[in-house]
Write a protein that binds this ligand. Structure first.
Ligand code: F6P
Length: 550
């Protein structure tokens, strides 16, 4: 029994029943499941908002799903969900509420943290953002020299970069094409250099995005950006006020950096960095797509929030997706999960999900500090599907690993496409459907032989199949659909963390590297002290210094 009163997860009757059931399913092929139930392709589906979810190509039966839901009930997933929505401090190691859902709550909602209703301040900031975004988009907000802002550069990293950078790509067809919007995250000076080398400082707005405003990469890049701007505007320090705004929870640090807090858009410690792009962190996106479209995106988030909070277990999509991940990770030893969007616009989608999922559930102790005795979060990976088909899908089809995958596609191409480019959409989607089919059903040796393939080649050209996929089919890539998709994955991650009994909302694991980088940096300079370093690092530092002539 844990300190929090939970029995050991992998010794609960629900877990044991699943393990037994998994043994019984050994040797079952998706071909068998479909043959036994001609309705399977229609019945193993759910709909939430604009998202149609086909989970028929999973190695599950009605019994599997029942047992998985029993595990969810035994681990009180819905209890923790309700505590999250109520604003309880479920981020136990940081003693914080987890209220990204409040960021998209309607104006009249009441969500309290320590008896304060946080919804009015959410909308106050959204209104300020909307006002600012309109002024930039209309040209009313000008730079120091009176010129219109034509370039927006967001400087941030992790949750202060990946969300807006991803969403900007996803919604490119909805953006003001007259504006250049770029994202700088890497402390490698090349990132800022490439982002600014062809920009005119007089027309450039920097958005410094950092929850803590202490992140070394962001502060370093922001300082360099300020130097670039001031130098480009004749050494005018005053110019900073018209060209820099901040997104942060830390007004003191923003002021210390030299940005007027009147130009700061606030969010709060109950918004985790990787759950923050629909907060003030989304300002660059809002400038790009406009406040109305941003509002539609929030509506999409809210639609899935409401579904997650209210839908019964049997039709609750985030619950289902979370449980399927547990099924493969804990009962089939799947180590990774592929996310394969069939949309060029979703090129950064998986990178975004990597932080969301891996920073949330890459944990090996339980909420009370006891080690976990079971697998937790998977490695999440993937790129747009058609490109992946000509790269790593070989391993998905014929490798030795079980890799569950999400295939994401849209019924309609974006409205901007016309003529032949629009017509290409069918080919794109045909690839999505074909891959799901090939992964699930493969091609038997008999089928290969029937094609007249020489016997010695038959094993090489046989596809075992039985690779599980979820297909997520949406009507169209709109701001609302993006919000729906992100909320779906946020809550899926939540479900898994709840079952594994880990704190999905802290990220202590990133601290050590940060601390060590600060210690190593002085050793890189001429005469720097290397003696405190371990043997390998000392050798590398000496080699580095020699190569740099230090
Ligand atoms: O180092 C990890 C992390 O703390 C992330 O969780 C966060 O999104 C990122 O750094 C950036 O942090 P900040 O927004 O405070 O600059």
């Amino acid at each position: 029994m844990n300190a929090d009163g939970r029995g050991r997860l992998d010794q609960t009757p629900e877990w044991t029943a699943l393990a037994k059931h998994r043994e019984e399913l050994t040797g079952t092929h998706l071909r068998d499941l479909f043959a036994a139930d001609p309705e399977r392709g229609d019945q193993y589906t759910l709909q939430v908002g604009d998202l149609y979810i086909d989970y028929s190509k999973h190695l599950v039966t009605v019994e599997t799903l029942r047992l998985l839901r029993e595990l969810a009930a035994a681990t009180d997933v819905f209890g923790l969900r309700d505590a999250m929505f109520r604003g309880e401090r479920i981020n136990v190691t940081e003693n914080r509420a987890v209220l990204h859902t409040a960021l998209r709550a309607p104006r009249d909602a009441v969500i309290e943290v320590d008896v304060e209703n946080v919804v009015p301040k959410v909308h106050q900031v959204l209104d300020r953002m909307g006002d600012f975004a309109r002024r930039v988009r209309s040209g009313e907000w000008t730079g120091h020299t009176g010129r219109r802002i034509r370039n927006v550069v967001n400087i941030g990293i992790g949750g202060s970069d990946l969300g807006p950078a991803m969403a900007y790509e996803v919604l490119r067809a909805w953006t003001d094409r007259e504006l250049t919007v770029r994202f700088v995250s890497n402390v490698d000076g090349a990132d800022l250099h490439e982002a600014t080398r062809d920009l005119d400082p007089a027309e450039t707005l920097f958005i410094v995005a950092s929850k803590t405003f202490t992140t070394i990469e962001t502060i370093t890049n922001a300082t360099s950006a300020r130097d670039w701007l001031v130098a480009g505007l004749g050494g005018e320090e005053k110019a900073v006020a018209r060209h820099f705004v901040a997104l942060s929870t830390n007004a003191e640090k923003v002021a210390a950096f030299g940005i007027d807090t009147a130009n700061m858009f606030e969010f709060w410690d109950w918004v985790g960095g990787r759950y923050s792009y629909d907060s003030a962190i989304g300002l660059s996106l809002m400038i790009a797509i406009g406040p109305e479209r941003f509002g539609e995106m929030l509506d999409g988030f809210r639609l899935v929030d409401d579904h997650f909070r209210d839908a019964p277990a049997e039709s609750n999509v985030p619950l289902l997706l979370g449980l399927l991940g547990v099924w493969y990770g804990n009962f089939f030893d799947a180590q990774t999960h592929a996310v394969l969007p069939y949309s060029h616009y979703l090129s950064k989608f998986t990178a975004y999900l990597q932080q969301l999922d891996m920073e949330s559930n890459g944990k090996s102790v339980q909420r009370d500090g006891e080690p976990v005795e079971w697998q937790t979060g998977p490695v999440v990976w993937g790129t747009p599907g058609t490109n992946g088909q000509h790269a790593y899908y070989q391993l998905l089809h014929q490798g030795t690993k079980l890799i569950p995958a999400d295939l994401i596609g849209f019924a309609n191409p974006v409205a901007e496409l016309s003529g032949e480019l629009k017509a290409q959409h069918d080919l794109l989607m045909a690839n999505l459907f074909a891959q799901g089919q090939a992964l699930a059903f493969g091609k038997t040796a008999e089928e290969v032989r029937a094609e007249g393939v020489p016997e010695e080649q038959v094993p090489h050209r046989t596809f075992h199949g039985n690779h599980p996929t979820t297909t997520i089919l949406a009507t169209e890539l709109t701001p609302s659909v993006l919000g729906q998709l992100i909320a779906l994955y946020e809550h899926k991650v939540f479900v898994q963390g709840a079952i594994w009994n880990i704190d999905s909302f802290d990220q202590w694991g990133v601290e050590l590297g940060k601390v060590l980088a600060k210690r190593v940096e002085p050793a890189l300079t001429e005469g720097g002290e290397v003696e405190g370093l371990d043997g390998s690092t000392r050798g590398l530092v000496r080699r580095y210094r020699a190569l740099r002539g230090r």
